[in-house]
Design a protein around this ligand. Structure first.
Ligand SMILES: Cc1ncc(C[n+]2csc(CCOP(=O)(O)OP(=O)(O)O)c2C)c(N)n1
Ligand SMILES: [Mg+2]
Length: 332
């Protein structure tokens, strides 16, 4: 079996930390996406190991199972393109190029964290790479994305703005106001619905009388649907076309990508005992999940990723907590 070596593509925000050996059975494109998705999964699995020690006080909403959406969506975004996201934010933070050590430090509430230890897992931000903000308040970052797109338009920038939200967020009024405003004012924003079919313990069918895609279409913008949210290359190619379209037309687009969360809504555990979903669904997604299926590739990449993770965890644990005067800075 042959191996090839590749490193980062410097023009994009998120790719390749260091040099990794890649199994030649897989294309470079697939291997790069796989590496990013595996890195996110291993980071979140490390969070699961660490969580019982109580060093991480912040609630954590894990994206395990959903990584391909973030990795694919961010592949062809520029560093200057902006992403606004939900509390389930580790995957997008890392896929957009957020610093891993600063993320762990933030989870540990340390002053070296990306928000100086005051935001925790649900409010990560890395504006230097375009991850502008994440929020625990469902749907609240959708209008932020629209506002940023309005600014990009007024300032004549060629930025694309991506607003990421779940299926549950489409039940909030501000989602509808945001779609309407973006269409009316012709703004360069991608509305990306990361649809895991669940809001806490309720399935989409139990909550929504409308067809999400048809409802979005009624606002008068192009809509796309991708059922295979586990397929790294399909997600990346779909998002690449959409981002290119928005960059050139300066008009909004809506995309729904189906995905599946493996863990409980919030926390490191599983919740099949709650009865709102069956393990069969989870097993069906796992059978299509490249991170589960290509264990040979994962094993090749694992050591380099784990080294980076352990260094980040060490950085977080050995950093100081914010001083008292720091706690009130930037807090309104
Ligand atoms: C305005 C608001 N209403 C309710 C909640 C409680 N809540 C937290 S997450 C969540 C479900 C959101 O589901 P979805 O948008 O599909 O995102 P997912 O968690 O599935 O990624 C709810 C109702 C909240 N945080 N904010
Ligand atoms: Mg959901």
């Amino acid at each position: 079996m042959g191996f090839r070596v590749f490193g980062a593509r410097p023009e994009t925000a998120n790719r390749g930390r260091g040099i990794i050996a890649i199994n030649m059975k897989y294309s470079q494109q697939f291997s790069e996406l796989f590496f990013q998705a595996l890195r996110i999964r291993l980071v979140e699995e490390r969070i699961i190991d660490l969580y019982p020690s109580d060093g991480i006080q912040s609630p954590v909403h894990l994206s395990i199972g959903q990584e391909a959406v973030a990795v694919g969506a961010c592949r062809d975004l520029r560093k200057t393109d902006l992403v606004f996201c939900t509390y389930r934010s580790h995957a997008f933070y890392l896929a957009k190029g957020g610093n891993l050590a600063e993320m762990f430090a933030e989870l540990y509430g340390k002053v070296t964290g990306c928000a100086r230890g005051k935001a925790g897992s649900m409010h990560l931000a890395a504006p230097d790479v375009g991850l502008m903000g994440t929020s625990a308040v469902v749907a609240s970052t959708i209008p932020h994305a629209v506002g940023a797109a309005l600014a990009a338009k007024r300032l004549g920038h060629d930025q694309v703005v991506v607003g990421v939200f779940g299926d549950g967020a489409t039940e909030e009024g501000v989602y509808h106001e945001s779609l309407n405003f973006a269409v009316l004012h012709r703004l360069p924003v991608v509305f990306l619905c990361e649809n895991n079919g669940l809001a806490v313990h309720s399935s989409q069918k139990a909550r929504q009388g409308y067809d999400l895609l048809e409802h979005a279409r009624s606002y008068g913008l192009p809509v796309h649907h991708l059922a295979e949210g586990y397929d790294l290359v399909k997600v990346a190619d779909t998002m690449s076309d959409i981002v290119r379209q928005v960059r050139s037309t300066r008009e909004p687009v809506f995309v729904e990508i189906r995905t599946y969360r493996y863990k409980e809504h919030v926390g490191p555990g599983e919740d099949f005992m709650c009865g709102y979903r069956q393990p069969e669904e989870w097993l069906a997604w796992k059978r299509q999940d490249p991170l589960e299926q290509y264990s040979d590739l994962a094993e090749t990449m694992r050591p380099a990723i784990m080294k980076e993770i352990e260094e980040a965890v060490h950085f977080a644990m050995s950093s100081p907590f914010p001083a008292e005067e720091e706690l009130l800075r930037d807090v309104v």
